[in-house]
Design a protein around this ligand. Sequence first.
Ligand code: PMP
Length: 389
Amino acid sequence: MFFVNYLPCCGLQPAGHYQETMIAGKNNIGENCMMQSDMKMLLNPALKEIAVYKVEGGQQAEIKLNQNESPFDLPLWLKEEILGEFQMEPWNRYPEILPYRGMKAYADFLGVPVESVLMSNGSNEMLYTIFLACLGPGRKVLIPEPSFSLYEKLALLLQSKIVRVPMQPGLDFDTEAILRSARDEKVDFIVLSTPNNPTSKSLTLDDIRNIAGSANAIVLVDEAYIEFSRERSALELIREMPNVIVLRTMSKALALAGIRIGFAVCNPALMQEIAKPKIPFASGRLAEITLMRVLANYSLVTDTVSYILHQREKVYQELLSIDAVEVFASDTNFLIIRVGDASSVFRTLQHEGILVRNVSGYTMMENCLRFNVGLVEENQRLVRKLGTL
Ligand code: PMP
């Protein structure tokens, strides 16, 4: 009764028909339809440098270890509680412009004022917001390399100059080089993923304090993997350092990748500014309710983090004894290995139903594979297979 089947107007066709006409080469969207190359001239020139985002090997596998997710879904009783509450919400009404209930819950959880937090639809969306607030043509961003690929993509889209600072050969951060480049290049913005995806290495809190204290730049500290880290969070810097923003995700340790929740945390004065480009109404009611319920049952998270850390150590030790594999010490929920031929090992594993990420394309990561820690049985199958290489 409530679902109106919108009929196409202005030449638009239902999906099936549209595809057919496109395949036949008779694009009927409009009479003045331009050729593809002309169209490209009308678009942001930065798109030329950007590839379509793809996950090699897809997102389905018997043993799926390629996206740094938690192997544990929420228990059914908690999902039912969440759905019960969600059911009582008015689905016909917009949520608040910003999800204040979720922001209050997370601020209380962290022990910071609510004016210091901003919630987003996954931390990716917050990265868009913060990059829009900090960059633009002529501005400079420092990004250690290799790091999370979205940073570079956003900087390119915003036509900003990227100052890349390579990691050390063992994939550790080069703090001295970051300090030097930030100063010499007079960057406006510094993005530090720590612990870093894809290297699995961290900066110390002292390093971050040093960088944020000496550079005249906004410093974004992406702590997507902080719950798995041996280092202290940069959250404690936000009161003393007005230029530091901490980014958090609920997609890793909190096992909510499918619900899409991220947060920025910083000094309230800076928050007022970075919130300006934020997409209004971007977080739905379900995300808020889920967050509140998971925070209220946080022992579930600490239990799974302990499991993952224990398994990370076990897998790491086992891989150390496999000659064909070089394994890097990790500060995250994933491990990096170097093998003889990453593409061939990727395919061998895929053939066994094990999906990992081939990260060989990143600078300094030739023949490297990345996989998150999974369930005991999954980890055992992976290690066993790697032992036969
Ligand atoms: N930052 C880092 C470093 C990541 O690795 C990821 C996801 N892999 C994200 C941000 C984005 O996570 P999400 O959008 O799920 O919060």
